[in-house]
Design a protein. Structure first.
Length: 716
């Protein structure tokens, strides 16, 4: 492969070392001041990003992937500029593209989901000069908008100018992620630059000790009127009580990690979980990725150079390696050693003397204010700890999850949601190159556990188990449709069907006993909870375990998250909990069981009310159900049936239909069958009534249906 030198005139030589503003406040009372500050924030970010790419020494460095799971660096140089255009179009701050072809090529990055998920697709990447010219056009566009576009204050989540701030923060993320790819590029294809100097300090590894962290309460979640920009997963609310624990004073250094390597830590399966073993074997890892063997010695790969090993710098590993070290350390010390949780990390931060919303002091290796590399782990003291923030990111044991009140941003709805899979763990604290939102204590970035970032770790000794937070969004089409039907918005003025049925059922019982009720065919359970407002005990029974699981989770106090189809593959992300519906007090009075309405277990008996909503035309033998249902009700109890009488052979064999066909030459309707089958034990109470319901299929497609409700009081 040839090493063609890139045109040196393409990336202009800087006049000064890379500098970058620490923070940007959204709060402003003067539009001119806001424009001036935002212009500086944008310009310095754009300049810094371009400065970073001057470390690439040849054309191959731009075009050849540094790791197989990512695009080549030329993509990322164009991607951040394209991001501005795409988001500005969505907020209608602009109405046309600059270069539709390039904006298609550079639109979507790669979020590696597996270390062996190789993408060998060939891309015809444009020249560096062409991409630079495109970036120059985007720079001019954004600058012009900042200077001249209509502006009303304040700029917040719903404001069209949010797209500009989002683009800047997105580019700041890629300053860091691109620096990691440069660090993984071939050494001969990169070059040192005076505005990206490495720390010169080296020495033996300092001894690590444990610091006591007292029990405390954490309250997390950025308010939507915060003066600091945030990504979607930072907003909402989370609280937790954290028991006392101990945490390592220092980040784990290369020297401290060496003991694990020398003890055969990479070769021993005992320290690796299944995910870790599979990654280790695939990668053939025998030591940290950025360590380089040099005979009997070790060297350390930095972003643009290789240096003698810095034993007193933090080791940089993925989460799987950090976990393996902790298991080995626990065995060696007899203590419960592990990575901290996100909540515990915030207790460490509080113990260091910082708090959410506080600006990071200058004595931290962040914001490119010191070097373009890590530094000794004992260089920056923060209370009883060193590097509470900065130097390298710190892996946690917490898979990322949404806070209560989470919602996606309409112009970037997939920033976080793809990571709600329990496979992406949070990193906290920022690194030497973290700037802007990345450097805020409330930031919540998460990566796959095999991922490499400028990330290391500190360990904790804690008796408390690692708690897990529900993060998955239910995507099964039928379940999500029912979740929206039971707990979603009302459409076209039609009341919520399960809630309306519960109220009608309660009225049908009247002054009779309100001890026990059953919702048979309860689906995801809304009527169960609504009935429990008035009954001492309510049991929900459904044939589908997937449906029952949603009701169980809600009764447990969980937030249940699900997707609702917008169109095609596009979805909305929704969440519900009982507190949102004023139903929290009902949870203690409900139970959910999986069961077959045609073959109920003996314990389901002695009910004052049985509600069977839209059930009979979905049963394989509805007559059998109707023949036996009286056994489940006390004398005087009420059976409420609702159905649109949609008889389909896929649910009920044709010969089992109750109605909807000719019998003895006359139309035989379901209501006729109900009277015939229930007459032996029931009297019909009142007249049938139609109850409308609307089922949302997509954002623009709905089913509007009438369900006939009939009421039957057991008299025999």
């Amino acid at each position: 492969m040839t090493m063609n030198r890139a045109d040196p005139t393409v990336l202009k030589t800087p006049q000064a070392p890379c500098t970058i503003l620490r923070r940007f406040s959204l709060h402003a009372s003067d539009a001119a001041d806001f424009r001036q500050r935002l212009r500086a924030y944008f310009t310095e970010t754009f300049d810094c990003y371009e400065s970073l790419f001057r470390t690439l020494a040849c054309d191959d460095a731009w075009r050849e992937r540094s790791i197989p799971l990512r695009h080549p660096l030329i993509f990322y140089y164009g991607h951040t500029a394209t991001f501005f255009v795409n988001k500005l179009l969505l907020t209608r701050m602009i109405d046309q593209r600059i270069d539709p072809h390039l904006e298609s090529v550079f639109a979507v990055g790669v979020d590696e989901m597996s270390w062996d998920d190789l993408d060998d697709a060939h891309y015809d990447w444009p020249s560096v000069a062409k991409v630079q010219a495109y970036r120059d056009q985007v720079r001019a566009l954004v600058t012009r908008l900042i200077d001249t576009a209509p502006l009303t204050l304040p700029v917040n989540w719903e404001h069209p100018w949010w797209a500009i701030v989002m683009g800047i923060e997105h580019e700041r993320i890629h300053i860091e992620t691109s620096s990691v790819l440069i660090r993984q590029q071939r050494l001969q294809w990169v070059r040192t630059q005076p505005d990206w100097p490495a720390c010169p300090d080296a020495g033996p590894a300092p001894e690590n000790t444990l610091v006591n962290v007292v029990a405390g309460h954490v309250t997390l979640g950025k308010p939507f009127d915060s003066e600091r920009y945030g990504w979607d997963n930072e907003y909402g609310h989370h609280e937790a009580d954290v028991t006392a624990f101990q945490a390592s004073r220092l980040l784990v250094s290369n020297g401290e990690f060496l003991a694990f390597v020398q003890a055969g830590g990479y070769a021993s399966d005992a320290w690796w979980d299944d995910e870790g073993r599979r990654w280790r074997d695939f990668a053939q890892a025998a030591h940290p990725t950025f360590w380089v063997r040099a005979g009997d010695d070790w060297r350390l790969r930095l972003m643009t150079e290789e240096v003698a090993m810095r034993w007193n710098w933090p080791v940089e590993v993925n989460c799987l390696e950090a976990r393996a070290f902790c298991r080995w350390k626990a065995h060696e010390t007899g203590q419960r050693v592990r990575l901290p949780t996100e909540d515990e990390w915030h207790r460490i931060l509080a113990t260091s003397g910082w708090h959410l919303g506080a600006a990071h002091p200058a004595n931290a290796n962040m914001y490119l204010e010191h070097w373009a590399s890590s530094c000794p782990v004992d260089r920056f003291e923060h209370g009883p700890f060193c590097d509470a923030v900065g130097n390298v990111w710190q892996w946690t044991e917490t898979p990322t999850y949404p806070f209560e009140g989470f919602k996606t941003h309409p112009i970037y709805d997939d920033f976080t949601t793809p990571t709600f899979d329990e496979r992406h763990n949070l990193i906290k604290g920022g690194s030497w190159i973290a700037t802007g939102n990345e450097a805020e204590p409330e930031s919540r970035y998460a990566f796959r556990r095999h991922f490499f970032q400028h990330a290391g770790f500190r360990y904790v000794v804690a008796d408390a188990p690692v708690g897990t937070q529900a993060s998955r969004y239910e995507t099964d089409e039928l379940v999500t449709q029912y979740m929206e039907f039971h707990y979603g918005a009302q459409y076209y003025g039609v009341p919520n069907f399960p809630k309306a049925l519960a109220q009608i059922a309660i009225e049908a019982v009247g002054n009779g006993p309100h001890r026990r009720a059953m919702d048979l065919g309860c689906a995801v359970g809304r009527s169960v909870f609504e009935l429990a407002r008035h009954f001492d005990e309510v049991v929900g029974v459904d044939f589908s375990a997937r449906f029952i699981d949603q009701g169980v989770a809600l009764a447990r106090g969980d937030t249940v998250r699900y997707t609702a189809t917008e169109e095609g593959e596009l979805v909305e992300y929704k969440a519900v909990k009982l507190a949102d519906l004023g139903l929290t007090d009902t949870a203690a009075r409900v139970q959910f069981w999986q069961g077959d309405a045609c073959n109920l277990k003996p314990q389901f008996t002695d009910y004052d009310l049985i509600l069977a909503a839209n059930l009979i035309d979905r049963l394989y033998d509805p007559a059998r159900f109707l023949h036996m249902v009286h056994e489940r009700l006390r004398l005087g109890g009420v059976l409420m049936l609702t159905s649109p009488y949609t008889w389909l052979a896929e649910h009920t064999p044709r010969e089992k239909w109750l109605g909807g066909y000719k019998k003895d030459g006359e139309s035989w309707r379901t209501l006729d069958a109900l009277k015939a089958l229930l007459g032996a034990h029931f009297e019909m109470a009142g007249e049938p009534r139609d109850v409308p319901f609307v089922i949302r299929e997509t954002r623009r497609k709905f089913q509007h249906t009438l369900s006939q409700a009939t009421f039957w009081r057991r008299v025999r």
